[in-house]
Ligand binder design. Structure first.
Ligand code: 26Q
Length: 819
């Protein structure tokens, strides 16, 4: 089906250039051409978007509202063209004008309204929901500034604001007619009616208007276009501002400030809570607006609010939107006039919760003082939920005060958001098999004992449309040549590739594709880092947020170790290796930032040491983000997934590498465990302690890294190089904190709490195996192809279908279009 007639497309682009900029093609710059091309593509999407909305109106399907503080969308133009099945057509049409689609795509800012895994998962889920034909709204915040841009200056990370809206964003639609008011602060007063009734009146509050912007989520080749709603904040207009009324004026200014601050910036913390009041404001702001919009949509078709659970489900992406529980109760009780039990019954059949972490520093707990001051009525409702929940615990475990302490929603001056989410949610899910087991048997055991039926696993997935069809066209074509196009919407079909893994001709073709992708990345590295890398070396890649539990430090310490080996034994068995890193550190995370500096300093020394003869190169890719990630995955030979077992809930980068035929070097953590099950022990490199062993050491407090340091001379030497100036000649003390973090307990943090030294030897052994295995090109190619062939399970299409079957129970829609 031809989506665009080439001639028509070209003439539309020219028209758009004229209408947007009063320019001809010759006069326009690349950014303007990007805008004109995108507008042309958006016009095409519009017909389908409208048709989808009309189908919603007609069929009234059950709808999921995916509530998330983060949507890490990445660029839309290329992805939309892929999902419209028009990529090649448009590329050719532009070529005829002398334009290069990839250069035009490169003009688009990366919409980065998310930190990392959790936000990117939300984006993959939206893609799968539309592709599978389900009615879905993503609900989030239109941050003025997304994830910061990273500059590397003298080896240090510098954060630069991400002004992604500065040129205007073509793939969004402002919808002021669907705005809602959201209220903060003030007080609650009971008001008695003449009939003896009583209601609560919220007064003296400040309010903002929430204005939705809709972004189209284009399904693959099915005419379905779902919607991502991002909320902007605007001050309510204050009329009749009397110039002598100082109070009114100050109030108006305060509301302007509130609106501006609310959506100003995404908190750049990943897996770490910053208990800032503004963050809670952001949460309530988008949650309240989203629920109001969902209820308004529901009411267009229904007049009995009791039917809500049949038509609406709110999925809470971690605890960040958990205030939704109390907000829905508030609306049902205060505005719909329902009794408590009635309202609770509806609420608890509409909300479900996904847990993404067991890291204690990522658990959200709000000081009651802040919560109550900011959301006085919502707090009263949380208080009542808690009171009734404690009674339920008492009934179940009579006299057991300890259970109440551990499970209470309000305790110790804090609101525990996870406990609220579990008490109210009808479903609680983890994001990989191991993670869910740890939740049920350890972290959330008390809740599991009380509500076993709520708990379930939904192993994460990724969209093959962005991360293979768009990211790696050469491999995508190779896959299509062998198994047909079906994999694009049914990734399990790649299983049919398995027989080709043994075929020498296919092995060679596969390796040639990989080599071309490595050349593409090498060019990017040359342009952005000025470093020459050898495309025939092993590309060994670790890209993800910088966090101690992800152990980038283990990786770079091992590079230092290899360097030492090679220095003292230049003729040792060593296959040339390029170690590639990419990672942003939260702005206030000192050890993470220091690790970036260490990687860059090690790179500086090793890359310029002639003794090494270019056998090791170390590259830190600046500003790792969705757009350059696509190139990086396509070019990787080795995927580093080396978190301390039990700490990485799932990981999703691991799956993107596998999809592109990289071999995983990983611990038995998160979804790595399931990747191992799928691909088989021969095609993956596993090392390190198991989750059980890690947890046992944590419980017994019997781990002593100093012993390892004292008994292993190679490790000893590497750690000493952190403080002897080998990699920081001008300032020997620069890396002292990293050294200390591995060897001494400091301020509540125990030495080497992520077991880097414990796992070092087994990591180095697996790295050695990789070194040998890569020499056998056939064996390597076979394993790489088998990784692609066994990746089927890790499509987000599979994940979403499981959410639909077990949690959401959505109706499939069909959108017909007469063309
Ligand atoms: C909370 C409060 C205040 C400020 C920030 C936060 C905050 C923000 C982001 C807390 C956590 C996050 C992000 C968590 C995250 O990305 N988790 C990852 O989720 C992925 C998808 O399920 C998993 O694959 C990863 O294993 C998990 O680390």
């Amino acid at each position: 089906s031809n989506v665009f007639n080439k001639k028509e497309f070209v003439s539309n682009v020219k028209d758009n250039l004229k209408n947007l900029y009063r320019k001809t093609l010759d006069e326009a710059n690349q950014q303007e051409i990007f805008q004109a091309v995108s507008t042309t593509v958006k016009d095409e999407i519009m017909d389908r978007w409208l048709a989808t909305q009309q189908t919603f109106e007609k069929d009234d399907p059950k709808t999921v509202y995916y509530m998330s503080m983060e949507f890490l969308m990445g660029r839309a133009l290329g992805n939309n063209l892929i999902n419209l099945c028009a990529y090649k057509e448009v590329k050719e049409a532009l070529e005829e004008l002398g334009l290069d689609l990839s250069v035009i795509e490169d003009q688009e800012p990366d919409p980065a309204l998310g930190n990392g895994g959790l936000g990117r998962l939300a984006a993959c889920f939206m893609d799968s929901l539309a592709t599978l034909g389900y009615a879905a709204y993503g609900c989030g915040i239109r941050y003025r500034y997304g994830m910061f841009k990273q500059k590397i200056s003298d080896g240090f990370q510098v954060e630069v604001p991400d002004n992604w809206l500065k040129d205007g964003y073509p793939f969004e639609l402002r919808r002021p007619e669907y705005c809602y008011e959201v209220r903060f602060g003030g007080n609650v007063r009971p008001e008695y009616g003449e009939d003896g009734s009583m209601k609560f009146v919220h007064e003296n509050y400040q309010s903002v208007l929430a204005i939705p912007y809709d972004m189209p989520i284009v399904g693959y080749d099915n005419n379905v276009v779902d919607t991502l709603i991002t909320w902007d904040a605007q001050a309510k207009e204050v009329f009749e501002l009397d110039s002598f009324d100082k109070g009114n004026y100050e109030q108006a200014v305060a509301q302007e400030n509130l609106a501006r601050n609310l959506v100003e910036v995404l908190y750049p913390n990943d897996n770490h809570v910053a208990g800032k009041e503004l963050r809670l404001k952001q949460q309530y702001f988008f949650v309240s607006a989203s629920i109001q919009r969902a209820l308004a949509r529901f009411k267009k078709h229904h007049d009995d609010i009791h039917d809500l659970p049949e038509k609406v489900v709110f999925q809470m992406n971690d605890t960040h939107p958990t205030v939704a529980v109390a907000e829905l109760m508030r609306i049902l009780v205060d505005e719909e006039g329902l009794g408590w039990d009635d309202a609770w019954n509806i609420t608890t059949h509409c909300v479900a919760y996904t847990n993404h972490t067991i890291m204690s520093e990522a658990l959200e707990k709000w000081p009651i003082e802040i919560f109550q001051r900011l959301l006085p009525r919502v707090y009263q409702i949380v208080d009542e939920i808690n009171r009734r929940f404690l009674i339920e615990i008492e009934n179940r475990y009579p006299g057991n005060e300890y259970k109440k302490q551990k499970m209470a929603i309000l305790w110790d001056g804090q609101v525990k958001m996870a406990h609220l989410a579990i008490a109210a949610g009808f479903s609680v899910n983890g994001v990989a098999k191991l993670h869910t087991e740890i939740l049920m048997n350890q972290e959330l055991k008390d809740f599991y004992d009380m509500y076993p039926q709520k708990f379930n696993n939904k192993t994460n997935g990724i969209t093959q449309r962005r991360f293979l069809a768009h990211a790696n066209p050469l491999l995508a074509d190779w896959v299509t040549k062998h198994v047909g196009k079906g994999w694009i919407t049914d990734l399990s079909q790649v299983a049919k590739l398995a027989p080709y893994a043994e075929d020498p001709k296919e092995q060679q073709e596969f390796m040639e594709i990989k080599r071309k992708n490595k050349i593409r990345l090498a060019k990017y590295i040359k342009e952005h880092n000025g470093i020459e890398v050898n495309p025939d070396s092993i590309f060994d890649v670790q890209v993800k947020r910088l966090h101690e539990y992800k152990r980038q430090l283990l990786n770079i310490l091992h590079v230092m170790y290899l360097y030492n080996q090679l220095k003292s034994n230049p003729n040792m068995d060593f296959y040339p290796r390029t170690f590639i890193f990419g990672a942003k550190a939260a702005a206030g995370y000192r050890n993470a930032k220091l690790t970036i500096k260490l990687i860059n300093n090690v790179a500086e020394v090793i890359n310029h040491d002639p003794d090494i003869q270019g056998k090791i190169k170390v590259v830190f890719i600046e500003d790792y983000r969705v757009s350059n990630a696509e190139w990086i995955f396509a070019a990787a030979d080795v995927s580093e997934q080396i978190s301390t077992a039990s700490k990485e809930a799932s990981g999703t980068g691991n799956m993107k590498f596998m999809l592109n035929g990289a071999l995983t070097l990983g611990t038995m953590d998160g979804a790595n465990v399931e990747m191992y099950d799928e691909v088989g022990a021969d095609n993956i490199f596993i090392f390190g302690m198991s989750a059980e062993e890690v947890i046992a050491h944590e419980q017994h407090k019997d781990y002593n890294p100093m012993e390892i340091y004292n008994n292993d001379p190679d490790i000893h030497k590497v750690l000493n190089q952190l403080i002897d100036g080998t990699f920081s000649a001008n300032d020997k003390e620069l890396f002292r904190d990293l050294y200390n973090s591995l060897l001494s307990n400091q301020g509540g943090k125990i030495a080497d709490r992520y077991f880097i030294l414990a796992d070092f030897r087994s990591y180095a052994n697996e790295q050695q195996k990789i070194n040998s295995y890569y020499r056998n090109r056939k064996a390597w190619a076979k394993s790489a192809i088998l990784n692609v062939a066994h990746v089927g399970k890790f499509s987000s299409d599979r994940t979403i279908q499981e959410y639909v079957d077990d949690i959401w129970h959505l109706d499939k829609i069909t959108v017909k279009m007469d063309r």
